[in-house]
Design a protein around this ligand. Sequence first.
Ligand code: NDP
Ligand code: 2IT
Length: 450
Amino acid sequence: MSRTQNLHRKFMSGVEERNKGEPEFIQAVHEFSDTVIPFIEEHPQYREESILERMTEPDRIIIFRVCWEDDEGNICTNRAWRVQFNNSIGPYKGGLRFHPSVNQSILKFLGFEQTFKNSLTTLPMGGAKGGSNFDPKGKSDREVMRFCQSMMTELARHIGEHTDVPAGDIGVGAREISYLFGRYKQITNRFTGAITGKGLSFGGSLVRTEATGYGCVYFAQEMLNHKGDALEGKRCLVSGSGNVAIYTIEKARALGAKVVSASDSGGYIYDPDGIDEEKLAWLKDLKETRRGRIQEYAEHFNCEFHGGQRPWALPADVAFPCATQNEISEHDAKTLLANGISVVCEGANMPTELAGAYRFTKAGILYAPSKAANAGGVAVSGLEQSQNALRLSWTREEVDAKLREIMRKIHTQCVTWGSTPGDPIIDYVKGANIAGFLKVADAMVAYGCV
Ligand code: NDP
Ligand code: 2IT
């Protein structure tokens, strides 16, 4: 075992000891420190200042009870969190997730990843994440409204445009953001950009809805172009059918790729002809308006539905995992590679298990980790904050051009820090981790012991 591998093992045993019962958080730190520790060994000032030890401890975690009344008048109780991970380079920023699986480990991993993702965007944003084990599925709009209002009654004390700026994530879309912002504005009596993803008539930014998916496809395009290849004509797999998946499908299609799958927690559809414009419009209506299930797509368009499965056994050139964490196992990674996958671009946060991610890196394919590939969403959130502060709105073309430029810059940073002289293969995991680390680490060094 090499010296740095030994250091990594020692460091991780401390992290595991301090974060018992938090497997997702430990996984995220493991992946990050694996590439950052060798870098720190070459730059001892970060070791002398214990930067990695400090970075892996959140600034604070706020945990609170959320009580709300359902339509039958029953009092329901949920647990909510805000993990304010690191505000070294800007006010805390990151989404809110509503899903029954939400727990402290998942929110800590997301807040940790967000810190470096936000650093990569080049915008001044710290890292945070929040959410609740509340399940919006099957709830009426009024129930969701009462939950959001109750949650914000507490959350409002901890956020603000210069403090912490939440946004959406799984289970939190336009409807939830509107309810949350409405209550925030009422309580504080201030109309500020303290939340992003707002509606266009009340401070939202054009392209924010599309930004994560579009940005993810722009990143895949950057990687392919860098190798002299293009997305056009490529056969793509997408998982999920929520915000990120839908706009990944839309942009991939617009750039001439063929997307043959989509999924939800019930299973996946396989559409060998590709999801075209008309089918996508139908899918958007199904998911964004009718809140239906992906199985209905297969019934409506007469294609295959595979219940309880993920689409990774289908042969393809490019995979865009866009549903949730750990949705690509090591076995799935092996299957994808055996079937000739050449690009994996992560729309979801940490969708690949550690062992699967190592397989992609070892195979030398174009593998874009989530903190680089899905940063377009938070980047346009940052642009929404800028527009709110300026009290004006930019056009769709302006925001889209800025998003493209940000994704291009993230790609350049990954190439700078992920290249090895004499080796044409770029390690995007290493590149994203080191580039994301540097800006935060330099700020922490400058602040001294705080
Ligand atoms: P949505 O709630 O809009 O959609 C989530 C999709 O993933 C749904 O199709 C959902 O299916 C599926 N899904 C969620 N949990 C599971 C699960 N445990 N097993 C199987 N399928 C699941 O969320 P988003 O599209 O916003 O988020 C998707 C991913 O992208 C997440 O990892 C999120 O953190 C990440 N992300 C989101 C950003 C954003 O701007 N929204 C920005 C950057 C990253 P079902 O409806 O059946 O639950
Ligand atoms: O994971 C993410 O980057 C998001 N859910 C978006 C966060 C944001 O503040 O827009």
